[in-house]
Every structure is written in structure tokens, then in C-alpha cells.
Write a protein that binds this ligand. Sequence first.
Ligand SMILES: NC(=O)c1ccc[n+]([C@@H]2O[C@H](COP(=O)([O-])OP(=O)(O)OC[C@H]3O[C@@H](n4cnc5c(N)ncnc54)[C@H](O)[C@@H]3O)[C@@H](O)[C@H]2O)c1
Ligand SMILES: [Zn+2]
Ligand SMILES: [Zn+2]
Length: 350
Amino acid sequence: MTGAYLPGDCSVQLREVSTPQPGHGEVLLRMKASTICGSDIRAIYREHLGKGPEGYQNVIAGHEPCGLIVETGLGCRRFAKGDRVIVYHISGCGVCSDCRRGYAISCTSIKYRRAYGWQRDGGMADYLLAEEKDLIYLPDELSYADGAQVACGFGTAYEGLQKIGISGKDAVLVTGLGPVGLAVAALCRKLGATKIFGIDVVPERLELARELGLCDEVLPSDGSNVAEIKSMTGGEGVERAIDCSGNDAARATAIRATRKWGKIAFLGEGGKVEFQPSPDLIHDQKTIYGSWVTSLWLMEELVEQLLRWKLHPEDLITHRFTLDKAADAYALMASGKCGKVAVCFDEELV
Ligand SMILES: NC(=O)c1ccc[n+]([C@@H]2O[C@H](COP(=O)([O-])OP(=O)(O)OC[C@H]3O[C@@H](n4cnc5c(N)ncnc54)[C@H](O)[C@@H]3O)[C@@H](O)[C@H]2O)c1
Ligand SMILES: [Zn+2]
Ligand SMILES: [Zn+2]
């Protein structure tokens, strides 16, 4: 089979490797959709920046895999050949405190924690070997391209919103309208947010957020964003803000454009932020939450909600590529002039 590797110099290498055989508790998936996350670009594609859990160990890339089980090893308890599944993209030890909460993302076992596409082979290949315990059932109503985004982007967005709570009482600001920011906006809409503002630096992304009806107002990022948001919210600011950019200035905007008693979630990774704790946070009684991916159970809950809401993550996909064109897929995602970018197989190549 073919697998795509990321040498870290903005290139993609396709290599022929043998198709793995599932061992005890493992399954072999025929890959159907494998989407690209901003973290792949930030920490692996441009250069190998990641350390620890973000360290790339020269494996097949892709941490948003979704596919069809074509073979099971001995000892599988729930899933079988023919099941459509999403892969929760970190395989944890299963027995540390975080794993027991369902958060294999923050598994504390250095020996056993392995993220797909980072420290063990991921979804940019014809087949993927996965552990049964990492699988989430994909219902027929959702496509594989829907499911792939649950594996990181939508799962991450859902978790962040769970932490700060979103309701019909809230105006929301999303800084950074990449796939994570767009997912946040789409979920906020379903959770009842009354007004959704989006900020980005890339015109194509602002346009997409508006075209898809995910944001009510989109603003190009500049020094006047806080004043603009306040003037559109009766002078007060938004009740909730979510940074999905990882950019220093955008994070500060998210904090300052939030009103008294408001809540802010940081999803965008890397970089720094500078703010003044007394005027920006303490005296306004605000809270900042950090949020890292999600848990197995919230991912299952999200799948259930997507059905109820008739929300299709695949609507964010603007470009689909075959595996042999993976280099074009990563280059496009790195340019930012797109929505979600997917490498697809078989019936998902529409
Ligand atoms: N917390 C988590 O668990 C988690 C999970 C997945 C991704 N991430 C991170 O979330 C971020 C977003 O992921 P993505 O897939 O959407 O990637 P992305 O890089 O495509 O999106 C980031 C967006 O922020 C925009 N941006 C940059 N500077 C800005 C500024 N000054 N103001 C407003 N917007 C600005 C970019 O133009 C881009 O559209 C990345 O940092 C990624 O690493 C975090
Ligand atoms: Zn990711
Ligand atoms: Zn663990």
C-alpha cells in the first residue's frame, strides 16, 4: 500500500509499505477519508516543531482518519468487519487517570501513548491499523468525510464549547476561521448562540464563513476589532470568545472583546499572548479555559448530536484529493486559501 510521510520541509513523500495485519484487539481499516488539521501544518509539514505529544516520529501522517473495517484481529469485543468507524486519534495506555476519563489525548504513559499520524501510522494511506478501543461508531447518516473531522477538528471544537457553555443568551466571537474556527461557529449556531462574530486575516476564510452562514459578521483582523465588536454588542462585548488562531494578537482580542463575567476558550496552539491581568481579566471577572482535543465519550455524544442537528462537517470541505496528490492537499492547507482539505478514497472521491 501507499503511505504519505512529512519530511518537515513543506514536502510530502509517498512510500510503498506493506499492508499491516491486525493483532489482538486491533482492526484493519480501508481508509475512506483523511482530513488535514492546522496542527499538521504548524508542527510537522513546515518543520518538525513538535515535542512530546506533538513530536512526529516519521510515521504515516494524518490524525483525522475515518474508514471501513475490513479485518479484525482476535479479541475484538464490539466492532466487526463491515463497520464504519472514526478513529479517536490518540491511542492511550487505557489505565492512567486521564485514559480512564476518556482523555487519551493527555494519557500520561510515555511508553504507551501514541497518536495516529504523530507517533504511530495515521490515515494518509490506503489502510490503517487501529486499536479497537480507539474507535467511534460512524452511523450511516454521516459520510466518512463527516466522520474524519470528528476525529480532531469538530471534537476539539465541541470540547472547548462544552467547557465554556454556549446558549441562546450568548453572542460569540471566534478568532481564527480555519477549520477549527469554522467548526466552532457551526456548533455555536446549533447550540443557539444569537450572534456569531468571526475574525481572520485571510479574505478567503472570511468569505467562506459568511457564505456558509456560519458567522453573522466577519471582520478582517486589525487593531480596531475590540472596538468594533463592542459597538455591535451594545458597548459590552461578547459573552463567549474562542480563539482558534493561536495568534498572539487574536488571543488578546478574544480576551478584551469579552464582556464582564464572560468566558474565553483557547483552542489555537503555539505562540504566546500578552494581556494585563487586572484590567483585562480580574476586574472584569472573566475566565480563560484551555482545552485539548476531547474525550471518547464526548466524541460519541458529538456524533449523536450531529445526527439530531443534521449538521454535516463535510460541508466545510472545499477540496478533495486522491492520495497520490497528497502533496497538493498539504500545500493548499498551508496556504490557508481553503476550507477543510481532505484526502479521500473510493466513494468519498466525489
Ligand atoms: N486545542 C486543541 O486540541 C487543538 C486541536 C486541533 C487544532 N488545534 C489548533 O487550532 C488552531 C486552528 O486549527 P485549524 O485546523 O483551524 O488551522 P488553521 O491554521 O487553518 O487556522 C488558523 C486560522 O487563524 C487565522 N489567523 C492567523 N492570525 C490571525 C489573526 N491575527 N487574527 C485572526 N485570525 C488569524 C489563520 O488565517 C487561519 O485561518 C491551530 O493552532 C491548531 O494547531 C488545537
Ligand atoms: Zn488536529
Ligand atoms: Zn493513559
